[in-house]
Design a protein around this ligand. Structure first.
Ligand code: 6PG
Length: 237
């Protein structure tokens, strides 16, 4: 487990700028080192301003970028609740990135279980059976401590071999059917970057970063080489 680096930015705007710069820097470093940059994108609402700033960061060789997702809600790709729709509208449609280098998790017609199986096959064909997968895994955290679509107490947290699962979100969540990377897949990323904003998440961030509360799924994810938490002041413990 790599000890997390924590950076606190004064407000949500500065946080979005710092995340966009970090993503662009990570892309440049990966492309310089390995000729490509593979990233698994986060969903939710927090990343939007960072995606929009990244789209304007002129110094990324997008032809060498390949985009995956950490999780997806099982809704059509044009549904505003779709994580793919968020990334497409805020970033992917604004940069010169070929569609075959973008890998949505859910197409809208397949069953969630079939989507998970397809994505598992995709990842296993793309990445080696051992060692690093994504150059960067970009994640958010819910107020309950979930990350990707791994929710507290869910049986999916005990998965040790599958890389992708169909899970059901708790009833309080808008979209029940989800496809998510599992911990074995999440924890094979070279670098993990968490972006967390807002006072509503201060408690969960403290439980993860201060008390290392492993009942919080976000506390179970770290990068092979680096783990970084970018927070705004409202979120910092
Ligand atoms: C999802 C995300 C999820 C998200 C958190 C935070 O599908 O919802 O992947 O893990 O990062 O729920 O969401 P917000 O950014 O909307 O607070």
């Amino acid at each position: 487990m790599t000890d997390p680096l924590v950076r606190v930015l004064p407000d949500a705007g500065a946080l979005a700028e710092a995340v966009a710069l970090t993503l662009a820097d990570s892309a440049r470093q990966s492309i310089a080192a390995r000729g490509t940059f593979t990233i698994a994108l986060s969903g939710g609402s927090t990343p939007r301003p960072a995606y929009e700033l990244l789209a304007n960061a002129g110094n990324v060789d997008w032809a060498r970028v390949e985009v995956f997702f950490g999780d997806e809600r099982c809704v059509p790709p044009d549904d505003p609740r779709s994580n793919y729709a968020l990334a497409r509208d805020a970033l992917l449609s604004r940069v010169p990135l070929a569609s075959h280098r973008v890998h949505p998790m859910y197409g809208g017609k397949e069953s969630p279980a079939d989507a998970a199986a397809r994505y598992e096959d995709l990842l296993r064909a793309r990445f080696p059976a051992t060692g690093a997968t994504f150059d960067l895994l970009f994640l958010g955290v819910g107020p309950d401590g979930h990350t990707a679509s791994l929710f507290p107490g869910d049986a999916a947290l005990a998965e040790t071999s599958r890389w992708v699962l169909h899970v059901r979100a708790p009833s309080s969540f808008d979209v029940p059917d989800r496809v998510t990377l599992t911990l074995p897949a999440l924890n094979r990323s070279r670098r993990v970057l968490f972006m967390v904003s807002g006072a509503a998440k201060r408690n969960v961030v403290s439980r993860v970063l201060d008390t290392h509360d492993t009942t919080m799924p976000a506390a179970l994810v770290c990068g092979l080489e680096a783990t970084e938490w970018l927070l705004d002041a409202a979120t910092a413990p």
